[in-house]
Design a protein around this ligand. Structure first.
Ligand SMILES: [Zn+2]
Length: 409
């Protein structure tokens, strides 16, 4: 694995579907209430039964719903927080409330969650099953500093880093605008964008965020989900594989052999018939008997596996490329762009690229930057028809997002 490159296809299907939209008419949605686009809500911990909090510097703890001050101080040394049947326990202290908010009182205050320093404020909520959800509300630009250092190697050319910073900012803002009515905008892991918090920040990636501060991509004046990935392996993919996204800049089909230097440009995997049988047996698909055949039976126009047919002695199973990768692991089957050759007791997969292939190809962006292209030129190469716009210039207008269909709930 290359340091700093997120191995996962990102952001992946599950996250996209959670936006809560359905197929149907093409209606750009203008939200009645414009959320504050200067900050973002990141779910940094979910379903843990306890978390550990540490604070250096002036801070306060208030109740989440009323804002009543519970505690103020200048240092908190490893406080365990647990969900209980009565509410929340702060160390030994039981509180009959369901949520608290930890707010920094000064710029230099650092709040750490489970040993990880984060910028901004934290809200901890006890859920019905007594597990905790922790949401970090952080300035959008600070969030991006913690994302870019994880999503791109800091030794890459600055124009490539700036292009990825603008794509990451646009993706975050798309989530912010389309999830305004939900509890949080993004998760802090690879399901959205990998977020390392304060300690992961690096000088070069922070510089790329600062030099592009407030710059986003719009298509016909609206936000769209600027997916990006590690290595396309030859051609980018249409965003329909991620959900109902049929907009010009996400139509894919961008021929990109620019990522040839990526260590993931070509790969090979061998899956024995026994491996496949065992993986299915352990999964929710269940056993299909001894494996007789494995074939890609439908491909997307970019050549990626859209339907994979696994023939067992007792039944046949059809999986999407995403489901097939999920079955064996996204870091094992790196992309849906592969061919299958049967050999004796196994199948050999010859593949290209890493990730879903939608939007900007990071290793291609690296090569374009090396050849002297600017961040804006790199972005319009991958997101055709999009414009780089400054948020400052949009100050008086609400920001809207292009999504297809109406809200399903
Ligand atoms: Zn590429």
């Amino acid at each position: 694995m290359i340091r700093g490159i997120n191995p996962q296809s990102k952001p992946v299907l599950k996250q996209v579907l959670s936006i809560g939209i359905t197929f149907g008419m093409c209606l750009p949605i203008a939200w009645a209430q414009q959320p504050n686009v200067d900050s973002i809500r990141v779910a940094v911990s979910q379903e843990d039964s306890q978390v550990e909090l540490q604070v250096k510097g002036l801070f306060s703890i208030v109740t989440a719903n009323t804002g009543r001050t519970l505690h103020e101080g200048r240092r908190l040394h490893r406080l365990k927080i647990q969900g209980t049947s009565q509410g929340i326990a702060l160390g030994e202290k039981q509180l009959p409330i369901l949520g608290i908010r930890i707010e920094p009182k000064r710029e230099d205050t650092t709040i750490s969650l489970n040993g990880r320093p984060l910028r901004g404020a934290l809200e901890i909520t006890r859920r019905e099953d007594l597990t905790l959800r922790v949401i970090n509300t952080v300035a959008l630009e600070d969030y991006l500093r913690g994302v870019l250092s994880r999503e791109a190697p800091d030794y890459w050319p600055i124009e490539a880093l700036k292009a990825i910073a603008i794509a990451a900012r646009t993706y975050a803002l798309f989530q912010r605008v389309t999830k305004a009515e939900q509890d949080y905008d993004v998760t802090g892991d690879v399901m959205s964008q990998d977020y390392g918090g304060k300690t992961s920040e690096k000088a070069a990636t922070t510089r790329a965020v600062q030099q592009t501060a407030g710059l986003i991509l719009l298509y016909q004046g609206r936000l769209f989900p600027t997916f990006y990935h590690s290595t396309c392996g030859g051609m980018t993919e249409h965003a329909r594989v991620m959900g109902p996204f049929d907009v010009q800049p996400l139509k894919g089909g961008v021929s990109c052999s620019l990522c040839y230097a990526s260590p993931f440009y070509s790969w090979q995997r061998r899956l024995s018939r026994a491996d496949i049988g065992w993986a299915l047996h352990k999964s929710s698909y269940g056993s299909i008997g001894p494996i007789q055949d494995l074939q890609v039976t439908r491909r997307t126009p970019s050549g990626r596996a859209q339907q994979i047919t696994i023939t067992g002695k007792s039944r046949t199973l059809l999986l999407s490329g995403f489901e097939f990768r999920s079955l064996f692991g996204f870091d094992h089957i790196r992309s849906p762009l592969f061919s299958i050759t049967p050999v004796e007791d196994a199948f050999v997969l010859d593949g290209h690229g890493w990730g879903h292939g939608v939007g900007l190809c990071q290793w291609g962006a690296l090569e374009l930057a090396r050849r002297g292209f600017s961040a804006a030129e790199i972005l319009v190469f991958y997101y055709r028809g999009a414009d780089v716009v400054s948020l400052k210039d949009l100050k008086d207008q609400p920001i809207t997002a292009i999504i297809q269909g109406g809200k399903s709930n």
